[in-house]
Ligand binder design. Structure first.
Ligand SMILES: Cc1ncc(COP(=O)(O)O)c(C=O)c1O
Length: 382
């Protein structure tokens, strides 16, 4: 078995992506253009939704979604402590106040009962994250939102393929926001998408993503002739480029194939790790589809005989990359200072943050790579 370093979250880039990018470079059309439009259309059809707007990150998608809902200072947005900082920062950047509701320890997703406890008259939005690709309990979350007249924005950075009770993740709330960062289930380098059934809001997001201009660059520079544009709102530079969409179009074509590959790896890990003194991911709930974005195990020092961080070091020594998703949000000094958050107040997220390790799951892993991960994990823990 060779011993080259296994990169965590290595992107699966194949010849069609490479050819399409070269095509963009040769055409001279690098910026937002026909390939972005095609990627949006393909994504929209895949998710069975009316509108998709491509942007340059999920962070941008979240930020613009919250702006489009007119959230402002004094409004509260309830989200999870088990997420990437970007989810919380997007709330802060619209001037609203993030409020955390702890996760369910098994699913690691935001617990609807904890959401209910945090709802006040200032709650304007609930922002669940489909953690690791496992869909949140959207029936209960939508019920709470409807009862309290609150918006819902779904952070689907991990969850392109996730389905909850026959509906795709990202199609329950007002907006679904996706990431195409290099480690994600669809990769464009950097990239993101907002999906929604509200056409007017989708148009506002499209406009905000390009400085608030009345016409997008594609129309301005197309062979339809010069068109004046006007700034109608102070927007952002969040548009996706054709070079990025060129990659995304072909990634999306292989989405099911890659999902099956990750599912196989996931099941193989489950079978091989069942006797080890670690906690494995919970079973997938009935009538849902897990997007298999992160395979996370929990290392409890008392049971495993070593700490999570020692485990990370040992894996690295064996040339296997791992990830930590995530240190819980209240562990970060900025949020402690700004909001007075303490990690002990969110005990399940805190515990997950201290014990969790994500193992390689990319569809790019060879059978040999997967076997090396399995044998290395077993040798460290046995
Ligand atoms: C849960 C979650 N939300 C948001 C983001 C932000 O995505 P992006 O890097 O595309 O801005 C990430 C990225 O890792 C994420 O994992």
């Amino acid at each position: 078995m060779n011993n080259k370093f296994i990169i965590f979250g290595s992107p699966d880039i194949k010849q069609p992506e490479i050819d399409e990018v070269i095509g963009s470079l040769e055409s001279g059309w690098l910026g937002t253009g026909p390939k972005v439009k095609k990627f949006e259309d393909d994504f929209k059809n895949y998710k069975k939704v009316n509108n998709a707007v491509a942007v340059n990150s999920c962070t941008a998608a979240l930020h613009l979604s919250l702006i489009a809902l007119n959230l402002k200072e004094g409004d509260e947005v309830i989200t999870t402590p088990m997420t990437f900082c970007s989810t919380v920062n997007a709330i802060i950047h619209v001037g609203a106040t993030p409020v955390l509701a702890d996760v369910d320890p098994l699913s690691m997703n935001i617990d609807p009962h904890k959401i209910e406890e945090k709802i006040t008259s200032k709650t304007k939005c609930i922002l669940p994250v489909h953690f690791a690709g496992r869909p949140c309990k959207m029936d209960k979350i939508m019920e709470l939102a409807n009862e309290h007249n609150s918006y819902v924005v779904e952070d689907c950075a991990h969850a392109v393929e996730a389905i909850y009770h026959e509906k795709y993740a990202g199609t329950f709330g007002n907006f679904g926001c996706f990431s195409f960062y290099v480690t994600k289930n669809i990769v464009t380098g950097e990239g993101g998408m907002v999906i929604t059934n509200h056409e007017k809001l989708a148009n506002r997001i499209r406009q905000l993503a390009l400085h608030g201009l009345s016409k997008d660059a594609w129309k301005r520079f197309s062979d339809e002739g010069f068109q004046h544009y006007y700034v109608e709102e102070a927007g952002f530079k969040y548009n996706m480029m054709d070079i990025q969409a060129a990659i995304g179009i072909h990634q999306l074509k292989r989405i099911e194939e890659n999902w099956l590959r990750r599912q196989k790896t996931w099941n193989y890990y489950n079978e091989n790790f069942s006797e080890l003194p670690i906690n494995l991911p919970a079973l997938t709930e009935k009538n849902t589809r897990h997007a298999y974005h992160l395979y996370t195990v929990q290392i409890d020092e008392n049971e495993a005989g070593l700490t999570r961080d020692e485990f990370l070091v040992r894996m690295n020594e064996k040339n296997i990359g791992t990830g930590v998703h995530y240190l819980s949000i209240p562990e970060h000094p900025y949020y402690q200072k700004q909001f007075g958050w303490k990690s002990v107040d969110y005990p399940y997220a805190m515990q997950i943050g201290k014990q969790t390790v994500s193992l390689p799951l990319s569809p790019k892993l060879s059978d040999n790579d997967i076997e090396r991960v399995v044998q290395t994990v077993k040798s460290i823990l046995n």
